[in-house]
Design a protein around this ligand. Sequence first.
Ligand SMILES: [Mn+2]
Length: 347
Amino acid sequence: MEDYLQGCRAALQESQPLHVVLGNEACDLDSMVSALALAFYLAKTTETKDVFVPVLNIKRSELPLRGDSVFLLQEIHIPESLLIFRDEIDLHTLHQAGQLTLILVDHHVLPRSDAALEAAVAEVLDHRPIEQKRCPPCPVSVELVGSCATLVTERILQGAPEILDRQTAALLHATIILDCVNMDLKIGKATPKDKKYVEKLEALFTDLPERNDIFDSLQKAKFDVSGLTTEQMLRKDQKTIFRQGIKVAISAIYMDLEAFLQRSGLLADLHAFCQAHSYDALVAMTIFFNAHNEPVRQLAVFCPHAALRTTPREEFESGPTAVQASLGCLGCVMTAEDWSEYSQVIL
Ligand SMILES: [Mn+2]
């Protein structure tokens, strides 16, 4: 894998047609690993001179926010410098020059900003329920399994098992385990196919880490925010909603609310964040795990405009609103009582 990635960076320097394997815009571990492993497989098995490169669908500066990805790359000794990020390759220019073929992994609908690239999509491999109307007109393989990495593993083991090296196997193995919550059948993320391919990888590479160890380390790394600035914390897991002309950022913050509020320069940082992205308000939803490993969630609302300070509260109290829906996406369902408990933390 490492040698292959070295070659990819070199290939970018030359002007030639490229097959780009692209994950989704969240660029979670599954998207990153699926793109790396599928591009590796396609490059190793093509009979033509075609060049296949994986592209991570975020800016390079966003990688530190994905603690689990950073951790896994370190564990298996793949230098971050070998990866290609979205801000290092201009897909739109390549497409206009007729030099781009896209293979989508871990998603099948391009965001609006990339709609122009749709004609370049040649293949899709995804594990989410299909959105028929917005699906590109090309071969689309969608199978509802816990992890897209399972489908990539299947493709490799059925197509050319001999190309699978330990680094690639370790990437796929760790990703399936994280996505399938350590293959816990009670949680219901893992399907028989996920289980089958984790076992196959373990049989082929007997020195892969223990499932519990890799799951615990990835989980810890994913939520470790100790090295992040306040701005990075706010961006790590953030959604934007618009309501009645008001733009609100909702950020999941993986620490105790009290500790968050004690960060030095917090108010100045929140101000700068709202100003930089023209947010009218910011909802920080803190989550941390107590001694019994139960999640504890708290909310803080930052609202730079005094005139708006009562609005969020009304929003929450008026039934299922966009704000509640967005919090739902972040794994938090708020009731009016919850909100009245938290409303005193309006900053
Ligand atoms: Mn996925």
